[in-house]
Design a protein around this ligand. Sequence first.
Ligand code: CAO
Length: 484
Amino acid sequence: MAKVKKVKKAAAKKAVKRAAAKKVVKLQPKKAAAKKNGAKRNGNGFIKPSTLPWGAAGKALDGVKILDFTHVQSGPTCTQLLGYMGADCIKIERPGTGDITRGQLRDVKGQDSLYFTMLNGNKRSITIDSKHPKGKEIIERLIKVCDVLVENFAPGAIERMGFTWEYVHKLNPRIIMASVKGFGPGPYEECKVYENIAQCAGGAASTTGFREGPPLVTGAQIGDSGTGLHLAFGIVTALYQRNRTGRGQRVLCAMQDGVLNLARVKLRDQQRLKHGPLTEYSQYGEGIPFGKAVPRAGNDSGGGQPAWLLKCKGWETDPDAYIYFITQAPVWSEICDLIGKPEWKTDPDYATPPARLPRLRHIFSTIEEWTMTKTKFEVMDICNPLDIPVGPILSMKEIAEEASLRKTGTVVEVDHPGRGKYLTVGNPVKMSDSITEVKRSPLLGEHTDQILKDVLGYSEKEVAEIKVSGAITPEAKGERAAAA
Ligand code: CAO
């Protein structure tokens, strides 16, 4: 009897497994899409590897539709990356003005700024007034056909438009709704946040700069672009989970959290402080006591290999004639020979890393006497064959002109109908089977008609009606108020 029960149980288990497998098969890419990518199903219904050459099987996110309700920097960096990976990014912009950055820091009169063009490549633009009833209806239709909604409005703004997570999920249970906010739940959750606020509140600024100076923000946009990158990671993993569950989810990324994630080595040091001074900080060697919090460390290395920024030939006139020099322990002998101090290899004051720690300032000024006789590129040429880790300070001018970055598609020149050619940063992630084509940013509302007809299926007549409704055009002064 017990045996029969066991057999029945096993059969039932098998049936559940079979049903689950069937569900997985259902969630695999559609037949037509798989065929286009050169993939075939095997006997179990799973996709067989494509036989097409690398780079010829489409793009990683082909078929993913993003409802891009982002503005300024953090959100647009996220969606641009998804666009580089092949997603169709439909950017909703306010009629008349569009994303505020179109007009900010303008370099060419009357044209979209570089601020906008460099953050909104590989996207289509549709203008919709989200507060107009017809505009709302269009957005609802977009929600129903998109895979992801991304927004980075101030706290509460998307909800005031009527698009709460509950409502969006009800409209399309498969959609992923992803947001950037300045802070997560807590005392500051209602605050508006820009880049440098995030750098300050995420712990980065208090640990940047020189000990004797004030906290410093960094030029790398770790608050905006950094959080956009975190959000893109969240979106892609949510898309992956949806393959199993069939449902979307809410993805939230607070800029404070994103910055802290990038500054985690400083939280590491905060905890180390309880156990004694941070010996790799040059302040230790200088005999300056540590306070209660991680101090600013100038150009000290953040890791276990002491390092500093050193002047090179021409520093008196060129503000970027510097090299970052790391005194990695395994190549200490090579460093000693190079700078004409072979005796340091055996001198007990210099021969071991702990012995060197209290003398770092002297060591680096001695190395600098040598680097100042060479250009930063000569130092690179001499040190690299010896495996000594060094890095030149490259100005943005040098980066813009660097041939190897153009060759890899990291710096790309694109043509824009209004402003002509401009440089942008291409996809920093290189993939062998998903090749990035960098496309120019869209003009304001350039694809409004196309999206209304091709994506949402509105007829010519309906589009003509929408055009006069005020849902996709700037509000005439006083007109709406008078109608209300
Ligand atoms: N149609 C109609 N109204 C629209 C619209 C459209 N297509 N697009 C936006 N709006 C409205 C919003 O609904 C909002 O209206 P209400 O406040 O009246 O509800 C209004 O425009 C302003 O939105 P906002 O508050 O997000 O914009 P802001 O310029 O005042 O603030 C920012 C900008 C960045 C501080 C804020 O959006 C924010 O804190 N975002 C989250 C954090 C973030 O991403 N920061 C990084 C910014 S990059 O440095």
